[in-house]
Design a protein around this ligand. Structure first.
Ligand code: HEM
Length: 736
């Protein structure tokens, strides 16, 4: 009765809206494969190769011309959203920062690429209030350049133009971010309420934030300016800043540089209370044309003094449209007292409240000057000993501050683009940073004749197919399309920390890698062209799979594209790489029951998502790999074949047959045994991520394709294609 009551109330809400409801609406805990459907390019209006070819269009741009157009927009105040001080620069910086600040180092999601800030839910988050207007201001520029300039690049370039126009020299501008065309399904937090609702706070009692989240509140990009859950305590606030910015891959110095650099500019807006504002864009009628936060309290002609956004009010500096050290000087040299903004939000003012800052609507009128202010989060930088030390040094050495801000800003806006080979345009800085995960490419790469020789050398190592295949998978599957980090390129499987990850069976790896390194050394000793270990690892996978198919009587060729390089240990930031360690890899039937780990079936979808796989690709790969017997720890779970090591469709036929009865193993969370229905003989063991291919109707539908008698050729074909896709995920040169 309880269940049906719940269902009825859900259902009536769905029917009232008169739209089809996803199954998750009725069964919120059901498996959701929607993320993987986004890897098909059908919704992309520029066509299927837009994602990999966008940069070619971008490179046709004259960036100087685009910069001029943006600057003109920036300095032309519009009556429908008048510019503070006649300059939208600070507003634009906030837009670029908020588009970047969603980046999460733990899973690589969020960030500038894709320009998700255009779509619900990010566009509608309370923290992004008013930024809908910033993007509308830029529409004429976007319209002019169309396909050549993605929103992602435009937003970052606009931030750069704004910083330059206000007197700050950045390291340069990098383009090459193709846009998304739909709202990405990202887990932003457990709650259903947004900031400022108190239950939107996601940090636990002991200061922990569940992986992979980075924002402390649902609906905020990072932290609450008023202090944790509205508590104006700078000490507690510093802890939140360190947590949230740390999850964004920023250390203390980068964090202080970003906040001090950002709040050098502009102001907070709290002219009217929240009750004056309509809902976010998604909640408004079509007559609002996708804009939100309409202010009913503005009477007569709107001026810059009318703007309401965060409910906090005032500037940090007396010269908010120029790059100065005033933020640091003002913060350190004044005694700050807790008070409230006109709308009642916690903010801090100086004891003397000197009116030294210009009025946004009348910047040249001395009679309208205003006092400066700070947020609790700004005061936190002064209160926290480590942050304070950094600020005090920069107060003495402003050039060091400018340098640190330039570096931190650059990292902020390109962090989610992956390696330098994905950077485009005439303004890419020369300098290389370790966070770009650099790779050394051989001066003279190998050719196809060399590949033939290398295949023979690999076959002669005596390594088994299983060893070769699992090593190639371990290397390549570390890639994540979310921020383009990891992958086989760089040969980092042989370096710390990757060579010690439990999922990679480090003890076994220690016996495999030296043999592949010997192949490299042997070849390089006699050849003018040099091969990287990374190439040998991937080629080994091809050799192993071809042999495993041959054992099934099938002749296949696994395409191999040479052209990888190796990295050194010095070029590898161990902490940053540790974030790539899989806590689950269903393709190797590996699952670690960490407190923060998502349930196995969600982890399967998540892993497939970070590999950019579609549902058929995920299915054919997992089923094929099971027969290749490459599970972590050489576990037999899900190896539903009498011939392990032979590439076949056995996994699919055996998971779908009615001849097997499955039963949960008592006392085990995620383990099942399969018995022959006729004889009662125990046949197999399997986990959730195996049996789901028979249990979930959508996955079963795909598994049926590969189990069908007429699908053998299709299976081998699709398996090789999906395998090759994973091997080449980080081969941006091939995708172009
Ligand atoms: C404005 C919060 C870090 C750049 C604001 C506003 C809030 C805020 C509440 C006022 C929005 C409004 O009412 O219009 C915070 C917090 C931070 C932080 C809590 C971290 C602890 C940063 C960073 C940057 C930045 C890292 C850039 C590097 C700006 C700029 C403005 C601004 C330029 C002025 C926007 C304008 O004039 O329209 N910030 N911010 N902020 N923030 Fe931040």
């Amino acid at each position: 009765l309880i269940a049906s009551t719940t269902l009825t109330s859900f259902a009536s809400a769905a029917l009232a809206a008169d739209v089809p409801s996803p199954n998750q609406y009725y069964w919120p805990k059901g498996m959701n494969l929607a993320k993987l459907r986004a890897h098909d390019s059908e919704s992309d209006p520029y066509g299927s190769d837009y994602y990999t070819s966008y940069h070619k269009k971008f490179e046709q741009l004259n960036l100087q011309e685009v910069r001029k157009d943006i600057e003109k927009v920036m300095l032309t105040s519009q009556p429908w959203w008048p510019a503070d001080y006649g300059n939208y620069g600070p507003f634009f910086i906030r837009m670029a920062w908020h588009n970047a600040g969603t980046y999460r180092a733990i899973d690589g999601r969020g960030g500038e690429e894709g320009a998700q800030q255009r779509f619900a839910q990010l566009n509608d988050w309370p923290d992004n209030a008013s930024l809908d207007k910033a993007k509308r201001l830029l529409w004429p520029v976007k319209k002019k350049y169309g396909e050549k300039l993605s929103w992602g690049d435009l937003i970052v370039l606009t931030g750069d133009v704004a910083l330059n126009q206000m007197g700050f020299k950045t390291l340069g501008f990098v383009g090459g971010r193709p846009d998304d065309w739909q709202s990405e399904l990202i887990y932003w937090g457990p709650g259903t309420t947004f900031f400022p609702n108190k239950s939107s706070f996601q940090v636990g009692q002991n200061g922990t934030l569940k992986h992979p989240l980075a924002a402390t509140h649902m609906g905020l990009i990072y932290v609450n300016p008023e202090g944790p859950n509205g508590d104006p305590d700078p000490v507690k606030s510093a802890a939140m800043i360190r947590l949230a910015f740390g999850r964004m891959a920023m250390n203390d110095e980068e964090t202080v540089a970003l906040i001090a650099g950002g709040h050098t500019f502009g102001k907070a807006h709290g002219a009217h209370p929240n009750s004056c504002l309509s809902g976010p864009p998604v909640a408004n009628g079509v007559e609002h044309q996708g804009l939100g936060w309409a202010d009913h309290c503005i009477k007569g002609k709107q001026t810059a003094d009318d703007a309401s956004t965060s409910g906090l009010e005032g500037s940090w500096s007396a010269d908010p449209i120029h790059f100065t050290t005033q933020y640091i000087d003002n913060l350190l040299n004044n005694d700050w007292v807790l008070g409230t903004s006109p709308t009642g939000a916690h903010q801090w003012h100086t004891k003397t409240d000197d009116k030294i800052a210009p009025d946004p609507a009348n910047p040249n009128d001395p009679s309208k000057m205003r006092p400066i202010m700070m947020f609790t989060t700004d005061i936190a930088l002064k209160t926290d000993p480590a942050y304070h030390k950094i600020l005090a040094r920069w107060a003495e050495h402003p050039n060091e501050f400018a340098d640190a801000f330039a570096r931190a800003w650059f990292k902020l806006v390109v962090r989610d683009m992956g390696p330098k080979s994905r950077y485009f345009g005439s303004e890419v800085p020369k300098e290389t940073f370790v966070w770009q995960d650099p790779v050394n490419m051989p001066a003279k790469p190998i050719n196809q004749a060399d590949v033939r020789e290398l295949r023979k050398l690999i076959a002669a190592t005596g390594l088994s197919d299983r060893e070769l295949i699992k090593t190639a998978w371990a290397a390549a599957s570390s890639h994540r399309v979310t921020d383009h980090r990891g992958g086989a390129n760089g040969g980092r499987l042989a370096l710390m920390p990757q060579n010690g990850w439990a999922v990679n069976d480090p003890e076994e790896l220690k016996t495999i890698l030296p043999k592949l390194e010997q192949v490299r050394d042997k070849f390089n000793a006699h050849s003018a062209r040099k091969v990287a270990l990374a190439d040998i690892i991937v080629l080994g996978g091809s050799v192993g799979i071809e042999d495993a198919a041959r054992k099934a009587g099938v002749k296949i060729q696994v395409p191999f594209a040479p052209g990888r390089g190796d990295a050194t240990q010095d070029q590898t930031d161990v902490n940053a790489f540790n974030l790539l360690e899989p806590t689950a890899d269903a393709f190797r039937n590996y699952y670690r029951a960490d407190a923060d780990n998502t349930p196995p079936l969600n982890a399967l979808v998540d892993k497939a998502d970070t590999l950019g796989l579609t549902i058929p690709e995920m299915t054919v790969l997992l089923g094929g790999l099971r027969t290749l017997d490459i599970n972590t720890g050489h576990s037999a779970n899900g190896v539903l074949t009498k011939n392990p090591g032979v590439l076949s469709t056995d996994f699919f036929t055996n998971v779908l047959t009615m001849d097997t009865r499955w039963q949960k193993v008592a006392g085990q969370e995620d383990l099942y045994e399969g018995f022959d229905r006729a004889t009662g003989q125990k046949l197999w063991t399997a986990t959730d991520v195996d049996l789901v291919f028979g249990a979930n109707p959508e996955l079963r539908a795909v598994a049926e394709v590969y189990a069908s008698d007429d699908s053998k050729a299709k299976f081998y074909n699709d398996f090789v294609k999906a395998w090759t896709k994973v091997m080449n995920l980080d081969r941006f040169d091939l995708q172009r």
